[in-house]
Design a protein around this ligand. Structure first.
Ligand code: NAP
Length: 288
């Protein structure tokens, strides 16, 4: 079994590491805030002091940090992955990040005699807990085949989409869809409440018809319980929509609905809700 290194043990990463440990892998872990690895170390993971240490002691190195700047840091800083990587390793970035950064990492990896895959996921905190995320991979087929048994320990759906950057492009397409389902869910509830309907009944009923979707099923009930904790941070969704709109711009596309969703989420963050979950969008109406 290949030795695994895992950098970034937040909401998603910690759950994924648990699946790797349950599957019997030896897992080295590193996170900027050390105590977020405590539970994992109790479960058998091994703490390493830097991304460089992870790279020196692991064959498959996963990263799942927050923003593209964080990805840059863990790969390229003085104590970063590339400063310690061993030939034959495969680097796998699960962070939702820029396709261009995925291509850059792939090129640097090749120059250093290693390989890289971009593999962002979808399915939320619950998908990570249940080991059923959808994993969208970019890179070389031979590397994908090597990592596949590891991906399947935490993925329900898994597909190689094409060369480096294709996983991130697929995730951007995914987020463009989610922009619609989150604004749709929010406006559905705002309308149904104003019309005096029973919101639980409405969610149950429309969730059985052609309006059914993941956001409604997973975030609808959280909104009714006034549970605005993250699942998926508002600040990360804004990052994703920004990347999606930049990429669309490069492709000469105008995506007005995605632009509008970003404006609404920017407003939510400006109100101080950047660390809430994305279901908090409804606060723009209900907390007025
Ligand atoms: P999170 O809880 O903030 O986790 C990110 C982790 O990375 C944090 O523990 C953070 O450390 C660590 N980190 C950041 N920069 C680092 C660095 N330079 N060195 C070492 N560790 C670093 O976020 P998350 O919800 O797990 O999301 C992670 C990524 O997955 C994001 O790109 C997000 O967009 C994407 N994603 C999230 C979901 C979801 O539903 N949550 C679903 C799909 C994709 P600190 O503890 O110090 O902050």
């Amino acid at each position: 079994m290949k030795k695994i290194g895992f950098i970034g043990t937040g909401v998603m990463g910690a759950s994924i590491v648990k699946h790797l440990l349950s599957a019997g892998y030896e897992v080295n872990v590193y996170n900027r805030t050390k105590n977020k690895t405590d539970e994992l170390v109790e479960l058998g993971a091994i703490w390493k002091d830097t991304p460089k240490d992870i790279a020196q002691t692991s064959e498959l190195i996963f990263t799942m940090v927050g923003f593209p700047e964080d990805v840059e840091e863990v790969y390229y800083s003085d104590n970063g992955i590339f400063s310690g990587v061993q030939s034959g390793s495969i680097l796998i970035d699960l962070t939702t990040s820029q396709p261009s950064l995925a291509e850059k990492i792939y090129k640097t990896a090749k120059e250093k005699g290693v390989s890289a895959l971009d593999a962002p996921v979808s399915g939320g905190d619950l998908g990570a807990k249940n080991g059923t995320v959808t994993t969208m991979v970019g890179g070389d087929e031979e590397d994908f085949e090597i990592v596949k048994p590891v991906f399947t320990t935490f993925s329900g759906t898994l597909e190689l989409q094409g060369p480096a950057g294709s996983g991130q492009h697929t995730k951007m397409a995914n987020q463009i869809m989610i922009a619609g389902t989150m604004t749709g869910l929010t406006e559905l509830l705002v309308y149904a409440k104003a019309a005096g309907l029973n919101l639980e009944k409405v969610l149950k009923t429309v969730g059985g018809g052609s309006a059914a979707n993941w956001s409604l099923q997973n975030y609808g009930p959280r909104i009714l319980k006034e549970d605005y904790s993250a699942g998926f941070f508002v600040k990360h969704f804004i990052k994703d929509l920004g990347i999606a709109l930049d990429e669309a711009n490069k492709l000469g596309l105008n995506l007005p609905s995605t632009q509008n969703a970003k404006k609404l989420y920017d407003q939510l963050k400006d109100n101080g809700n950047g660390d809430d979950g994305t279901q908090a969008l409804i606060k723009l109406w209900w907390e007025k």
